[in-house]
Design a protein around this ligand. Structure first.
Ligand SMILES: C[S@@+](CC[C@H](N)C(=O)[O-])C[C@H]1O[C@@H](n2cnc3c(N)ncnc32)[C@H](O)[C@@H]1O
Length: 504
C-alpha cells in the first residue's frame, strides 16, 4: 500500500506517526508482498501453516530475532522518508527491546544529523509488582526530521488549563491578552556577575540580586509598566515580570510524564465503541499523546500518515486537533487486513480484521466530529500482469495474444480502474471523479486534484465516438486517457495532435 502512495504523496506528508509491533516475540512479521491474496501471503510469511492455523513467526530462538524485525521496518521507513515534506518529521513509538537497533536504522535512513530526540513517554504509573527485577513505566518515541535545518521553532499553543492561569489585565490587554507573573530572580545555576544589579522597590528600598535579565531589558520593561513588585511571606520585596498570553507558547520537551497513559487509550476506545467490558484492541495509544506530537509538528493544512494504524488512534487525534484549532488536517491510515485472534473480544464483537476495527473507529469519530473519510481496500491491479506463454504452436500463441490485447483484466470494475489510473497519474486519494455530462454515447470521467490545480479525462469504453471526444474541447495541455482497443489509427493520430493522449 505504501508503495502506491509514493507518487501522489511524494514530499507532501508533514508528519508520520507509527507504532509498529515492538518485536515482543509474539508479534507477526509480514513480508511486503501485497499483491498476493491474504492467505497465500500469510502462508508464505509463515504466519499460518498449511491448515491455516496461525503461527507466531518471530520466536527468540530463530536466531534472526532482530534482523527479521529490522528487515520489516527498513523498507517502510525508507518509503516514509520520501513521503515527508522537507520540513516534515517522523515519530516512531518503541520500547527497550528494539530502541537501540531502531535508532541505528533511522540514523542510516534519515541521517544522524536529522535526529531530533528520543522522547520518553510515561505509559503507566504503578503496577509491575510481580516483576523480578524492576517495573518499566516508560517507552520511547524516536523523532527524526527529514531535514533538521528546515524545521522551524517547535511550539504548541497553551491548553485551556494553562491559559486559565493568565488572569492579570492591564493597559496591554487588547493587544497582548491577560498576563501571568514570573519571578525575575535568577535560579542558582543561571547566576551571572553581569546580571547582578540593584533594583529600587516601591518604598524606596533597594535589592541587589542576580537577575534573569540584563539591566537594560529590566529598565525597558519597568518603563513599560510590565514589572510587578510583591511582598513575600517574610515581608521582603519580590520582583516579577509580566508574561502575556498572546506571546506564550510551550516548547517541546523530551520527557512526556504528564501525558495521557496506556489506560487512557483503552478507556477512550471502550467509550467510543460503547463497550465497557471488552478489549476490542490491545493497548491502543492514548489520543492525547499523538495529539501532543501533532500539535508541534503539523499546521492546519497538513497531511498526517500512520502506516501501522491499528485501531486508528492517529485519525482520532487528527480530527480532535482540527476541532480544537479549526484546522483542516488530513490523515492517511494504512492497516493490513490482519485477522483478529479467533477467540478474541474483537472477533466476538464481529470484527474479522484489525482493519475493520480501525474503520469503525474512524466512522464513529467522523460522526462525532462531523467529518468525512474514504476507505480503500488494496486489491489486485486491474491491469493484467504479463503471462509468459510458451506456445507449442503458432495458433496457440496467436490465441493468447488476442486474448491479451486489452490490458484490463477480465471482470474489471469501473470505479477501481478509475482510482488505479488516478494513482498511477500521481493524483491523491481524495481527488474528485465526475462523469462529464452531455455526451451522446461515450462515458467520460473528469478526474481532478482536490485543490483543482490539475485534471485529466478518462474513458474506459471499448469504442470511442469522435463526436463525443470533440465535445470535450481538448487542448494541447489536456490529458486524455482511453483504452488502446477503443482507438482507430485515424482517431489515435488526430487525438495525439490535439492533446496529450495516453492509453491503457
Ligand atoms: C501496536 S499496533 C498499532 C496500534 C495503534 N497505534 C493504535 O493506537 O491503535 C501495530 C499494528 O501494526 C500492524 N502490523 C504488524 N506487523 C505489520 C507489518 N509487518 N506491516 C504492517 N503492519 C503491521 C498490526 O496489525 C497492528 O495493527
Amino acid at each position: 500500500m505504501l508503495k502506491l502512495l509514493y507518487k501522489p504523496y511524494f514530499g507532501r506528508v508533514k508528519a508520520v506517526y507509527i507504532d509498529p509491533p515492538y518485536n515482543t516475540g509474539s508479534d507477526f512479521v509480514y513480508p511486503d508482498d501485497y499483491a498476493k491474496p491474504l492467505d497465500a501471503y500469510l502462508q508464505l510469511s509463515g504466519q499460518i501453516d498449511a491448515e491455516g492455523n496461525l503461527q507466531t513467526s518471530n520466536p527468540e530462538s530463530s536466531g534472526r530475532y532482530h534482523s527479521a524485525w529490522l528487515s520489516m521496518m527498513y523498507p517502510r521507513l525508507f518509503l516514509a522518508r520520501q513521503l515527508l515534506t522537507d520540513d516534515g518529521m517522523i515519530f516512531v513509538s518503541i520500547d527497550d527491546r528494539e530502541v537501540h537497533n531502531l535508532r541505528f536504522l533511522m540514523n542510516e535512513i534519515f541521517g544522524e544529523e536529522n535526529f531530533m530526540q528520543q522522547l520518553i513517554w510515561k505509559r503507566n504509573s504503578g503496577g509491575g509488582n510481580n516483576m523480578k527485577h524492576l517495573a518499566t513505566n516508560h517507552e520511547y518515541i524516536l523523532m527524526y526530521a527529514k531535514s533538521r535545518d528546515e524545521v522551524g521553532r517547535l511550539r504548541r499553543p497553551l491548553t485551556e488549563k494553562e491559559q486559565a492561569a493568565y488572569k492579570g489585565r492591564d493597559a496591554y490587554y487588547t493587544t497582548l491578552g491577560p498576563y501571568k507573573t514570573f519571578r525575575l530572580e535568577a535560579p542558582l545555576r543561571h547566576q551571572r556577575e553581569s546580571r547582578r544589579y540593584e533594583i529600587e522597590c516601591p518604598d524606596g528600598s533597594k535589592v541587589v540580586k542576580y537577575w534573569a535579565w540584563s539591566e537594560a531589558r529590566f529598565r525597558q520593561w519597568k518603563a513599560e509598566n510590565k514589572i510587578v513588585f510583591k511582598r513575600n511571606s517574610n515581608g521582603e520585596w519580590q520582583v516579577e515580570y509580566k508574561h502575556y498570553l498572546n506571546s506564550s507558547a510551550r516548547v517541546m520537551r523530551s520527557l512526556l510524564t504528564d501525558m495521557e497513559q496506556t489506560s487512557h487509550g483503552t478507556a477512550q476506545l471502550r467509550k467510543l465503541f460503547e463497550r465497557d467490558d471488552v478489549f476490542i484492541f490491545d493497548f491502543p495509544k492514548p489520543v492525547g499523546l499523538i495529539k501532543h506530537l501533532l500539535q508541534f509538528s503539523t499546521a492546519a493544512d497538513s497531511i498526517i500518515l500512520d502506516f501501522f494504524a491499528g485501531s486508528c488512534t492517529t485519525a482520532e487525534a487528527v480530527l480532535e486537533l482540527n476541532r480544537e484549532d479549526s484546522g483542516e488536517r488530513q490523515f492517511i491510515m494504512v492497516q493490513l487486513p490482519e485477522p483478529t485472534p479467533e477467540k478474541s473480544d474483537a472477533r466476538k464483537a464481529g470484527f474479522e480484521t484489525i482493519a475493520e476495527i480501525g474503520k469503525e473507529r474512524i466512522r464513529r469519530v467522523c460522526q462525532r466530529e462531523n467529518a468525512g473519510f474514504r476507505v480503500f481496500k488494496l486489491a489486485e491491479s486491474n491491469y493484467r500482469t504479463e503471462d509468459n506463454v510458451l506456445a507449442e504452436d503458432a495458433q496457440t500463441y496467436i490465441t493468447h495474444l488476442e486474448s491479451t490485447v486489452d490490458p484490463l483484466r477480465e471482470g474489471w470494475c469501473e470505479e477501481d480502474v478509475l482510482y488505479e489510473v488516478a494513482l498511477k497519474e500521481g493524483y491523491p486519494l481524495d481527488s474528485t471523479i465526475a462523469r462529464v455530462a452531455g455526451l451522446a454515447t461515450n462515458t467520460v470521467f473528469r478526474i481532478a486534484a482536490p485543490d483543482g490545480s490539475q485534471m485529466f479525462y478518462v474513458c474506459l469504453d471499448a469504442e470511442l465516438v469522435p463526436g463525443d471526444v470533440e465535445c470535450l474541447g481538448l487542448s494541447k495541455d489536456s490529458v486524455f486517457i482511453c483504452r488502446d482497443i477503443a482507438l482507430t489509427d485515424t482517431l489515435a493520430a488526430n487525438l495525439a495532435l490535439q492533446c496529450r493522449l495516453k492509453t491503457i
